[in-house]
Ligand binder design. Structure first.
Ligand code: AMP
Length: 575
């Protein structure tokens, strides 16, 4: 099949040809004809399958007829993250370049005022994250009754991020007669329920799930047991550096994935200190910084991009030679997503994961899912007896550490400690590195001179990096003796509970990350009435908010906080 076989607007066809595409991808070939006929489509496809064009191309053809009215967008595309929304907007520009369709992008980090102006004039396409869209709606600047075509992109990610209640509400604000194009990589029960309620006799189109990993990707895992608990973080970073260096010229660029936002910051700073050409991407960074970093990575100015799952999700970055999992992903499907950043379009790619003992369980789940073992490779740390010269050179003198700490304290005071308080669990503030929570673009007060060496004795005694002063009492790492275990459990219980409570609050806050207080109030009742249909978990506490509590009941002990934090990060990075 060719694009010209599809009944597309000639100007869209021309734009598609100019983009260099001749043959529709399977999801496009299946979805476009139904979308053009005005049917609802349920597309089950992952990123990388060409799904964005599968909805933008027919939409442009449909929207080519008719004109936008003030404040009444003619179509709406909902995306879980800002980056995805921006990517969809780019697709619209590419395929719609011969049309005069107008577009507004409602995402966090973009000013309300500018978007308001666009909406006031009338837009053909509104691309938004759910929270931000509802914010605009609440402010009375937007009417959704003119929406003819509605797209939900990456619905399962929205579920992950707790956006389902927002989605339900948005569905309720749209005209009943609209056409819905609904895309999701997976179909968990909550999503199925949503489609059963809000889609009208949809045509289901599905492309093979990427449950297996592409053959063009060479996979490997470094399984390493740190010699000392308190060296765990430092060891990981050293392994990462060695992996990056050992790959030599075959590494043209790499994405390094971390599970937690604060580790993105720490790894970014560490690599920077060690002279890597590096950028960082996670949801807490300012939108302009994120855009700049992505552009830099795409253009080749930045070689190594340290990223969280959510921030890098669905991003279309061609030609990534390496993916490195600094942490084993907690969710097996994230492994497939992560390593799918490389080896795209038939190119060769390499994916190396670093697995420490506490992550073995994640590795096992991943291997079960992809149906094969990830080949093991020697740890670059145990392969060589002596640590790298660069590593020792980067370590500051104790006095410098003190100075760096003081400087960090100053920097933190200047930031009003807001960030630290928001991100760092109380239990860790005393023992862990305060700068771990600093945003990547924060001044690098602790930058150390590069070419200093230290004696091998000091090398052993001192940590390799001020950030390596990891919490000695990491509940996850501690392997206490039986009696001490009880004491530790007691000691940990209180802060762990506080952390759980904080975490729950955070998650609840994440669900409404973009809401105004007004809107929250409005969601439940205005004039005592409940608004819009409520489906699935819309009116209930989502299961994920209860998960850890249940786990603890089952295990009879407190659970790892690192994974919880990673989970919490995933949600808080929502738009
Ligand atoms: P997506 O799944 O929408 O993230 O798209 C993945 C990549 O496939 C993007 O870089 C698109 O530009 C590209 N693409 C989309 N449609 C086609 C096509 N028909 N032929 C070749 N590449 C395509």
């Amino acid at each position: 099949m060719k694009f010209s076989d599809l009944d597309l607007d000639p100007k869209v066809l021309q734009a598609v040809e100019e983009a260099g595409y001749e043959t529709p991808t399977p999801i496009q070939a299946q979805a476009i004809p139904h979308a053009l006929m005005g049917r609802d489509v349920l597309g089950i496809a992952q990123t990388g399958t060409g799904k964005t064009a599968a909805f933008t191309i027919p939409m442009i053809t449909i929207l080519a007829q008719g004109r936008a009215k003030a404040r009444m967008p003619r179509s709406l595309i909902l995306c879980p993250t800002r980056e995805l929304a921006a990517q969809v907007a780019e697709n619209f520009e590419t395929y719609g370049k011969h049309h005069k369709l107008t577009m507004a992008l409602l995402i966090g980090g973009v000013s309300f005022k500018d978007q308001d102006k666009l909406i006031d004039r009338g837009v053909d396409v509104l691309i938004a994250t759910p929270g931000r869209l509802l914010d605009h709606f609440e402010r009375g600047k937007l009417m959704l009754t003119g929406v003819q075509v509605m797209v939900v992109d990456e619905a399962d990610r929205m579920l992950d991020m707790g956006f389902i209640p927002d989605l339900e509400r948005i569905f309720g604000l749209l005209p009943f007669t609209r056409q819905t194009l609904f895309f999701s990589a997976t179909m968990p029960p909550e999503i199925t329920r949503l489609t059963e309620t809000f889609l009208h006799n949809p045509q289901r189109v599905e492309v093979a799930r990427q449950a297996s990993t592409a053959e063009t990707i060479t996979q490997a895992v470094v399984r390493h047991k740190p010699s000392r608990k308190d060296r765990s973080d430092g060891d990981k970073r050293e392994i990462l550096r060695r992996l990056l260096r050992n790959e030599g010229e075959s590494l043209t660029n790499a994405i390094v994935f971390c599970n937690r936002k604060r580790d993105v910051d720490v790894v970014y700073k560490s690599l920077k200190k060690h002279d890597f050409n590096v950028g960082a991407l996670h949801g807490d960074l300012d939108q302009s910084v994120r855009t700049r970093t992505l552009d830099g990575f795409r253009s080749g100015e930045i070689t190594v991009l340290v990223a969280s799952d959510v921030a890098a999700r669905g991003l279309d970055i061609p030609s990534v030679s390496h993916v490195i999992n600094f942490d084993m992903p907690i969710h097996s499907e994230d492994y497939v997503h992560r390593i799918g950043r490389t080896g795209r379009a038939g190119r060769k790619g390499k994916a190396i994961s670093i697995c420490f003992p506490h992550e073995e369980k994640h590795l096992a789940k991943i291997e079960e899912m992809i149906g094969k073992e990830v080949p093991k490779m020697d740890s670059p740390l145990t392969a060589e007896a002596e640590p790298e010269v660069e590593e020792t050179a980067g370590a500051p003198e104790p006095s410098e550490r003190e100075a760096a700490r003081a400087s960090r304290r100053r920097a933190r005071t200047a930031r009003g400690r807001k960030k630290d308080e928001a991100e760092t669990p109380e239990v860790e503030t005393a023992a862990s590195e305060p700068e771990a929570a600093a945003p990547a673009e924060a001044p690098e007060a602790e930058e150390a001179p590069k070419e200093r060496r230290r004696s091998s004795r000091r090398r052993k005694a001192a940590s390799d990096d001020p950030r390596d002063a990891a919490p000695v009492e990491d509940p996850r790492d501690a392997a206490p003796a039986p009696r001490a275990a009880e004491r530790n459990a007691e000691r940990e219980e209180r802060p762990a509970r506080r952390e759980r409570e904080r975490d729950r609050d955070e998650r609840a806050a994440d669900r409404s990350a973009e809401r105004t207080p007004d809107r929250n109030a409005d969601r439940n009742d205005r004039g005592g009435r409940r608004r819009g249909p409520v489906v699935g978990m819309g009116d209930h506490v989502p299961a994920f908010m209860l998960r850890e509590v249940n786990l603890e009941r089952i295990l009879g002990r407190s659970v790892s906080t690192e994974d919880d934090e990673a989970e919490s990060d995933r949600r808080s990075e929502a738009a």
